[in-house]
Design a protein around this ligand. Structure first.
Ligand SMILES: [Zn+2]
Length: 563
């Protein structure tokens, strides 16, 4: 089995001259060093140095944030220990392209006998040089003096934890990927995969880390699968292919084989269309300028949509149902936004309740209406799809009105929902309209509508390629702002991939219609939490949580439009 990081090394030389910049004493001869030029995934190459008795140093400039979880180093070079697990894998693959990473061991070929030592190997592969005695014990017949091409075997159990083994790494305590922004997180997750092949075809290899489970850390992170049945089926299929018999008792370091076709776009192999599209969106996110509001959100046009309602209660689990609870959160957001200068509308109200909030929700409210002219009752007379379509038709109508006097870049659409995912998932997930899945044009078939004024020409939408790209990029930036605000309040957010641009259910992938056809500059669908998760369901029943949640959403909006 070969390492998937198949980088061509552009340069490689053993340097005799001054190797480490900043060394002060010129009288002191520079230690021997070797240097390689290592290509980065999707970026320019950076230099990696092996310095005698000093270890491995990586040129910091140009290094992706996902490789340096602690932030940029103080100097020009980062130490090997400062790299994330994926950064380490990348550096090792670049330094030692002849090494092979197998299921049970790493076979290391000595490349620079004058620089390498059991201590250095232990520090690179086993977390610390002090583990060199265990390395020597595992290679009893190897000579003390290293020669180029010598084979050293590092059993997987001896590898450091962050390389998929069991040797603890003594590093500064800190969150793994939690503190990273979305792009850095995805880079980091991606870096932990290698692409391999077996009799059944190509797959992405992942080594389970301590505390991780197949459902949450593999399927829900690396694929778009989220619904309980889909997650279970895929987890079992992956377990079978990987030779894992006990899905619940997987040891750290276990190799997991993820079929390529199941991988979400950010994790597809180099050279695939899906990965190219993903990178195009990420580039757009980076160059998207901020849109700022006047004081207290002045000049911002917001439409709030609470999913379901009336005959449609939405998802149900653990004694709670979606409609009334997400409506209450949306109404709390509305009330808080009324204390700002933003212009706010809702797509739906509950007759008898209007837009009011409630601390006690006892039973599903039977009536709800979409606020078109005339209002459309969600009473089951027409298919639920009609009510869904009328939401974006209404919102687009409101945005078109606003665009005549205001700035179209300052329009925001938020739809509130709650999910019924695999019970291991919890917290908020935000869906944005994936640029690839938004159509160039769409006209609502007459048969799927009813007569309301807003339909006029509001049942047709058109999106240029540029608009689709910008729609996803801006919505992603907003989603990050929302998640940051929620996290600051201690509100759970999905641990692996809280921002997604496609829903995969029952083998079908789609973008929810309310954001797919929305003409707002920024549009998201928030799955507030996961009803099948007990703690999440308990949170939703607590009015204090719903208020706290609404406050965090408003803070996220304010942060997004802040100067
Ligand atoms: Zn829903």
């Amino acid at each position: 089995m070969k390492s998937g990081w198949m980088f061509a090394l552009a340069a490689c030389a053993v340097l005799a001259g001054p190797a480490v910049p900043g060394r002060k004493a010129p009288a002191d001869p520079a230690p021997p060093a070797a240097e390689v030029l290592a290509p980065l995934p999707g970026g320019n190459p950076v230099r990696i140095r092996v310095v005698f008795k000093q270890g491995v140093l990586v040129q910091a400039e140009g290094l992706p944030r996902g490789f340096l979880p602690g932030g940029p180093p103080s100097g020009d070079w980062a130490g090997f220990r400062e790299l994330s697990p994926e950064g380490k894998r990348w550096a090792l693959a670049a330094l030692f392209p002849k090494d092979t990473w197998g299921k049970d061991k790493v076979a290391h070929r000595v490349r620079w006998p004058q620089l390498e030592s059991p201590w250095l190997m232990a520090s690179l592969f086993m977390g610390h040089g002090q583990n060199y005695d265990r390395l020597q014990a595992a290679n009893p017949s190897n000579p003390e003096k290293l020669l180029a091409g010598d084979l050293w075997t590092i059993p997987r159990v001896l590898l450091s934890e962050d390389l998929g083994g069991e040797t603890p790494v003594q590093v500064k305590a800190g969150p793994r990927e939690a503190g990273l922004d979305d792009e850095a997180r995805m880079t980091s997750f991606r870096g932990m995969l290698t692409f391999e092949q077996d009799k059944q075809g190509k797959y992405a290899a992942y080594h389970i880390r301590k505390g991780e489970a197949l459902y949450s850390s593999v399927v829900m992170r690396y694929t778009d699968q989220v619904d309980p049945q889909g997650v279970n089926e895929l987890a079992l299929a992956i377990a079978r292919r990987s030779g894992i018999s006990d899905v619940r008792g997987i040891q750290p370091g276990t190799l997991v084989k993820i079929p390529l076709e199941a991988l979400a776009s950010p994790f597809q192999p180099e050279g695939t269309v899906a990965l190219a599209e993903e990178r195009e969106v990420r580039a757009e996110v980076r160059r998207t300028p901020r849109v700022t509001s006047g004081p207290r959100l002045k000049g911002i046009r917001i439409v709030l949509d609470a999913g379901h309602g009336g005959i449609d209660k939405g998802a149900m689990a653990n004694g709670v149902w979606e409609s009334d609870y997400v409506f209450d959160i949306a109404m709390r957001v509305r009330r808080l936004l009324q204390g700002t200068q933003a212009t706010v509308s809702c797509t739906i109200d509950y007759p008898g309740l209007g837009f009011s909030t409630r601390d006690r929700i006892q039973a599903p409210t039977s009536q709800a209406e979409i606020l078109t002219h005339p209002p459309f009752a969600n009473d089951g007379e027409s298919p639920i799809a009609v009510s869904v379509h009328l939401r974006w038709v209404l919102a687009n109508h409101l945005f078109a009105d606003f665009d005549r006097t205001g700035d179209p870049q300052k329009t925001l659409f938020i739809s509130f929902h709650a999910d019924s995912l695999h019970p291991s998932a919890r917290g908020t997930m935000v869906y944005v309209p994936g640029a690839v899945g938004v159509p160039a044009a769409f006209a609502l078939p007459a048969a799927r509508t009813v007569r309301v004024q807003e339909l006029g020409d509001g049942s047709r939408v058109r999106f240029s390629p540029r608009q689709r790209l910008q729609g996803e990029a801006r919505s992603r930036l907003f989603a990050e702002s929302l998640l940051k605000a929620l996290q600051a309040e201690g509100i759970p957010t999905h641990e692996n991939r809280p921002i997604r641009n496609v829903v995969l259910r029952g083998g079908k992938s789609f973008i929810p219609a309310v954001i797919r056809y929305s003409t707002a500059a920024t549009k998201v669908l928030m799955e507030v939490l996961n009803l099948t998760n007990r703690e999440d369901a308990a949170n939703l029943q607590d009015p204090a949580f719903r208020e706290q949640y609404a406050r965090a959403v408003v803070k996220g909006i304010q942060a997004f439009y802040r100067k």
